[in-house]
Design a binder for this molecule. Structure first.
Ligand code: GLN
Length: 535
């Protein structure tokens, strides 16, 4: 079938969950036998979010093909199980860079290069790129930002033009907010009406309105919104606060969002939706008994979005173990050898978070020391793994002052060092070791048993690595290098086999953990944490 395009825009305020709505709709279309991909267009000038501080934009997600992407791509993968690529995450910066490169090459043949048509044409080219592969029945395009922002105007103009060109092959979904005024005890639809008017003034008539709300919106109010906004009453859908983001597909299906999209695009339904596997997960989630309490030691703990994929991977693993997940964020800068016991002993397991730079490192090392000495199930991810190595070097091998050259250029023991391939890299953007690499796991290791296979493939985002010249010393003292890149010999996984579960991965297993395929290492960790808690 010809590819259909679904555009998702947002109005009134940001953070309404356009990514979750897009991912939920993709889930529903997949469950009806269609092939779907989702892409995000972000209206900022950075080429990608790789250079953004997590305080700015939350976690940086990494695709298998090594693109540093918006965290919404993580939601897309967790909901759909379909890997995203560089083509699924576009920024204003990428668009402008492409246009300016073409201008320098002389591709515009002496013409004045302008926002319309050159920037908008480049946006349109990127929107239809995945559709033109012929691999997808539906391409869902989420436009970041809020209608009315100066930044998103060229994207919305491109959407307007494409809707006109695509006719019935395009659907426009607009997500808005319906606030509840406590004092008046009333839900208010005026912001939605204004937002739709603003969209209409750009030339986009939405086909479907999704209203974010904390309270049930009465039928009469939905009819009123329909009347004011030129949509049918059944195309006004409410997105009410859900017990979890994973309940949203069912809430959308209950209001026929998938049927509406099929009918607007004149698409014949292939089969009745099959929600079997998804509902299995939801049943575990709803019926989970007891709790598993996991601490995350990191430096962005006041910001939930900074560790989004880790949170979700932990939740998925806990859910399949029929436990509710309680995450306790522990600020690495506030942790030291004196208070480590007090902060950590109440936990069932500890994650040492990824990160960059010196801030919070000593706290992470103090946490690892306490966990190692008290046999606490501990999972170090990327920088967390590097800290496991540093702590072991200092406290077990007696290499005082051991460090990563990222933190201390003149350390006497550079147990973590810059990768050879990184030594001449000057630019910060897009130059780390990025994307999926093979890893060979040693027999008998926790990782090998968890994955159940010798060769695995996981995603990376780092510049520094385990220094192999110390390998024998570590192994002789009880820290095993159990995962290695088969081509380069880079150490990817370390374990302390004398402890019940003490594992560090140079890669980020959280990026590939989805609802239907939770990451095996997270599951193994949660099982160990539950076992530990029961003692
Ligand atoms: N800062 C470390 C490095 O670049 C770890 C990066 C990370 O945790 N993602 O190697």
């Amino acid at each position: 079938m010809e590819t259909k395009y679904i555009f998702v825009t947002g109005g009134v305020v940001s953070s309404l969950g356009k990514g979750i709505i897009s991912a939920s709709l993709a889930r529903l279309l997949l469950s009806r036998g269609f092939s779907v991909t989702i892409q995000k267009f972000d209206p900022y000038l950075n080429i990608d979010p790789g250079t953004l501080n997590p305080y700015e934009h939350g976690e940086c997600y990494v695709t298998a093909d090594g693109h540093e992407a918006d965290l919404d791509l993580g939601h897309y993968e967790r909901f759909t199980d379909i890997p995203t690529t560089k083509a699924n995450s576009i920024t204003t910066g990428r668009i402008y860079q492409a246009v300016i490169n073409k201008e320098r090459r002389g591709d515009y043949l002496g013409k004045t290069v302008q926002i319309i048509p050159h920037i908008t044409d480049e946006i349109k080219r990127n929107i239809t790129l995945l559709g033109e592969t012929g691999d997808f029945d539906f391409v869902i395009t989420e436009i970041g930002g809020t209608v009315g922002d100066i930044e998103s105007t060229p994207f919305l103009e491109a959407v307007r033009q494409l809707r006109w060109e695509l006719g019935r092959r395009a659907v426009s979904i607009h997500l808005t907010y319906v606030p509840y005024l406590k004092a008046a005890k009333e839900l208010k639809t005026k912001p939605t009406q204004h937002s739709v008017k603003q969209l209409q003034s750009i030339g986009i008539q939405p086909d479907i309105l999704i209203l974010r709300t904390e309270k049930d919106i009465p039928e009469a109010m939905r009819e009123k919104v329909a009347r004011f906004c030129n949509v049918t009453p059944e195309a006004v859908i409410q997105s009410i606060d859900a017990p979890s983001i994973y309940h949203v597909p069912a809430i959308m299906h209950g209001q026929h969002l998938d049927d509406l999209v099929l009918s607007i695009t004149h698409t014949v339904a292939r089969k009745e939706p099959d929600h079997h596997a998804w509902n299995g997960f939801i049943r575990h989630l709803d019926n989970a008994r007891g709790c598993v309490r996991i601490g995350i030691v990191g430096k962005y703990v006041e910001l939930q979005d900074a560790y989004k994929s880790i949170n979700e991977a932990l939740l998925q693993a806990a859910t399949y173990c029929d436990r509710k997940l309680e995450i306790v964020y522990i600020h690495a800068e506030k942790l030291n050898e004196d208070n480590a016991g007090e902060l950590l002993s109440v936990l069932d397991g500890v994650v040492i978070a990824p990160g960059f730079g010196n801030r919070g490192i000593e706290g992470k090392l103090a946490a690892i020391k306490w966990c190692r000495e008290h046999d606490m199930p501990t999972f170090g991810i990327c920088l967390g793994m590097q800290c496991i190595v540093i702590e072991f070097a200092r406290d077990v091998l007696g290499l005082s002052g051991a460090n990563s050259t990222e933190m201390d250029m003149s350390t006497p023991y550079n147990v973590i060092d810059l990768m050879e391939s990184q030594k001449n890299v000057a630019d910060k953007g897009g130059t780390m070791r990025l994307g999926a690499y093979d890893c060979r796991l040693a027999g008998g290791s926790i990782a090998r048993n968890a994955y159940g296979s010798e060769i695995i493939r996981e995603r990376h985002r780092h510049r520094y690595e385990f220094n192999n010249s110390y390998k024998e010393q570590f192994e002789a003292a009880g820290l095993r290098c159990v995962g290695e890149n088969p081509d380069t010999g880079l150490v990817e996984v370390v374990e302390i086999p004398s402890l019940r579960w003490f594992v560090g991965t140079q890669y980020h297993p959280e990026y590939q953990s989805t609802v239907l395929h939770p990451n095996p290492l997270f599951r193994s960790f949660i099982k160990a944490a539950i076992g530990h808690g029961a003692l």
